[in-house]
Design a protein around this ligand. Structure first.
Ligand code: ATP
Ligand code: MG
Length: 288
C-alpha cells in the first residue's frame, strides 16, 4: 500500500526540505521503497543530496508537463549503499514554468501529479513530496496527490499564525474536492527549556490535538552541516539529536501506516468513499 506524504507550509525556511530528505532517507534505510520528489523550483533537495540539478533535462518539470516522459528515466539513484531503496526526482528553476503550463489545463492541471503517481503506486511504499513555500499550483498538485499532509512548524512567534491559515486553506480545498485526508503538524527547530518552543508546542497541540506528531525535531547544529556536506543525517551524523528525532518520526509514521492497514482490514472497506478515490483507484489508502 503506497502512501504519499506532502511536506508543505507556505512559510519559508521552516524545515520542509530538511524534513523531506531526511524522512525519505530514514524510510529508505529501513528498506522501505521510497520516492522523493522535489516540487520546489529552488531545487534544494538536490542541493542537500549532492545532485547538480541545473543541467538535468529529466526533472519534476517533465514529470508534470510531459506525459510521454517514462517514469524510470526521471528518477535518480543516490551514491549511498544504505539508501539503495531511495529514488529521487530532482527539480530545477525550469519547474517554475510548469505553473503556467498547468494553469492552462485548469482542473486537470491540478491533478497532473496525482495522475502520474497513480501509475507507479505499486513500485513504492512511501512517496515524499517537498513543496515550495507558497500555496501555488505545484503545492495544490501535491495536496491532491497526497494521503497525508505533513506541516513542519518551526518554532517562532509568527509560525502558529501561518499554520492556522494553512490548515483552514487545506480544509477549504478538501471540502471543495471531496477529499478528507490527514493533516499532521511537526514541530521543528525545537529547543527544550526555551519559552517560545514550549508555547509553540502548546499552541500546536491545542490546534491539532492528536494530529500533532509526538516527535519534535530539535534544533541541532549538525543539520546545517549535513546540508553543507550534501549528505542525509542518517549517514553523516546518525547519533545527533535531529537524526534521532527523524528516526522517531519515521517510527510514528510506520505505526500510523500499520494502524491504517489494520483499520482497512477490520473495516473491510471495499467501496471508495470519495469521488477522487473512485477516480484514481486509491480506495482504502487514506493515511488514517
Ligand atoms: N532541526 C534543525 N536544526 C537546525 N537547523 C535546521 C533544522 N531544520 C532546518 N534547519 C535549517 O533551517 C534552514 C531552512 O530549512 P529548510 O531549507 O529545510 O526549510 P524550507 O521550509 O524547506 O525552506 P523553503 O521554504 O525555502 O523551501 C536550513 O538552513 C536548515 O539547515
Ligand atoms: Mg525547501
Amino acid at each position: 500500500m503506497t502512501r504519499v506524504i506532502a511536506v508543505a507550509n507556505q512559510k519559508g525556511g521552516v524545515g520542509k526540505t530538511v524534513t523531506s530528505l531526511n524522512l525519505a532517507a530514514c524510510m529508505a534505510r529501513r528498506g522501505r521503497r521510497t520516492l522523493l520528489i522535489d516540487l520546489d523550483p529552488q531545487g534544494h533537495c538536490g542541493v542537500g543530496l549532492g545532485v547538480d540539478t541545473e543541467p538535468l533535462a529529466a526533472t519534476t518539470y517533465e514529470l508534470l508537463v510531459d506525459k510521454s516522459a517514462p517514469f524510470d528515466a526521471l528518477t535518480l539513484k543516490l551514491p549511498w549503499p544504505e539508501l539503495a531503496s531511495l529514488s529521487f526526482v530532482p527539480s530545477n528553476l525550469r519547474l517554475a514554468l510548469a505553473e503556467r503550463e498547468l494553469s492552462v489545463r485548469s482542473t486537470l492541471g491540478n491533478l497532473a501529479l496525482a495522475t502520474r503517481l497513480r501509475d507507479i503506486r505499486a513500485d513504492y511504499d512511501e512517496v515524499v513530496l517537498d513543496c515550495p513555500p507558497s500555496l501555488s499550483k505545484l503545492t495544490l498538485n501535491a495536496f491532491l496527490a497526497s494521503d497525508l499532509v505533513l506541516i513542519p512548524v518551526a518554532v517562532g512567534f509568527f509560525s502558529i499564525h501561518g499554520v492556522r491559515m494553512l490548515a483552514e486553506t487545506l480544509r477549504d480545498i478538501f471540502e471543495e474536492t471531496g477529499l478528507d485526508y490527514e493533516i499532521r503538524c511537526l514541530i521543528t527547530r525545537y529547543r527544550a527549556g526555551q519559552t517560545v518552543s514550549r508555547e509553540v508546542r502548546r499552541a500546536a497541540d491545542e490546534m491539532f490535538g492528536d494530529f500533532c506528531f509526538s516527535s519534535v525535531i530539535r534544533e541541532t547544529a549538525e543539520v546545517e552541516k549535513s546540508v553543507g556536506a550534501q549528505t542525509p543525517l542518517c549517514i553523516s551524523a546518525p547519533r545527533c539529536h535531529a537524526a534521532l528525532d527523524y528516526e522517531a518520526l519515521c517510527d510514528e509514521l510506520l505505526e500510523l501506516a500499520s494502524a491504517t492497514r489494520r483499520g482497512a482490514q477490520a473495516g473491510g472497506r471495499d467501496e471508495p468513499s470519495t469521488e477522487k478515490e473512485a477516480a484514481d483507484g486509491r480506495e482504502g489508502q487514506k493515511a488514517v
